[in-house]
Write a new protein. Structure first.
Length: 150
């Protein structure tokens, strides 16, 4: 079993910062006020999470497209179709305020995990891919869920 490359792990963890920041500003009025005054309201609470979550799901479509290029024939065609689903999901479902958008993103990230697994199972993603994706997805879903249960 190959370990997750350090660069991929650290960059993946760094990519969680906007989700974690959203949670911190949701529970800390002082941090929320500082964020609003310093960089603006869209960088606090669920707003930063929704905006960044939409960006990341779209980015992951590109990652999946890259995996699809490793296949041929029908497998490649299926891979290309699957790879555009996260970006289209964001485009058609994310909106309507923080609650509905957070729910759509949670479903999108869970759906992405299933697509990740399909690519990994076919040998198109690296061996360590699912360990990284499970870790990152669990944290993202937990951060997005905080807004819904508060």
């Amino acid at each position: 079993m190959t370990p997750i490359p350090r660069a991929a792990l650290w960059l993946g963890l760094a990519g969680l910062l906007p989700f974690i920041w959203g949670v911190l500003t949701l529970y800390s009025p002082t941090l929320a006020e500082w964020t609003s005054a310093t960089v603006g309201n869209r960088f606090r609470g669920p707003y930063v999470q929704v905006f960044y979550g939409a960006v990341i799901l779209s980015f992951m479509s590109g990652v999946l497209w890259g995996f699809a290029t490793r296949a041929t024939g029908r497998t490649a065609a299926t891979g290309y179709v699957l790879s555009v689903i996260p970006a289209l999901w964001v485009f058609f479902t994310v909106g309507g305020g923080p609650g509905p958008a957070s729910r759509s993103l949670i479903l999108g990230f869970l759906g992405l995990l299933a697509i990740d697994w399909a690519f990994w199972r076919q040998g198109l993603a690296p061996e360590w891919w699912m360990r990284l994706r499970l870790l990152l997805t669990a944290i993202v879903v937990a951060c997005l869920s905080v807004w819904l249960i508060r």
